[in-house]
Design a protein around this ligand. Structure first.
Ligand code: FES
Length: 99
């Protein structure tokens, strides 16, 4: 299973993932520069990404995630925290844009 990161320079990087990994975990494993300063607790907002597809397959954001997203810059309708997205087979092919 794979997800595609769209890097800040527009380049796309396809990487594989295992069920149960977070998007942040996959990014870290592949040296993709996402800043998870709170170690994935969903409070720093450093792992903000924008999701380009399959948005309806991702469970809704928790109130903690929503509160954190309110503080990030470049927020849009597709904004999520990479540390809060747990990957499964239905997210194969997910496109994740770094902000
Ligand atoms: S790592 Fe801090 S909000 Fe995701």
């Amino acid at each position: 299973m794979e997800i595609i990161f769209i890097l800040r320079n527009g380049e796309e990087k396809k990487v594989s993932f295992k069920e149960g990994q977070t998007v942040l975990g996959v990014a870290e494993e592949n040296d993709i520069n996402l800043h998870g300063n709170c170690e994935g607790f969903g409070v720093c907002g450093g792992c903000h990404v924008q999701i380009e597809n399959l948005f309806d397959k991702i469970p809704e954001a928790s109130s903690l995630e929503e509160d954190t997203l309110e503080k990030v810059s470049n927020l849009n309708m597709n904004s999520r925290l990479a540390c809060q997205i747990i990957l499964n087979a239905s997210l194969n092919g997910l496109r994740v844009k770094l902000v």
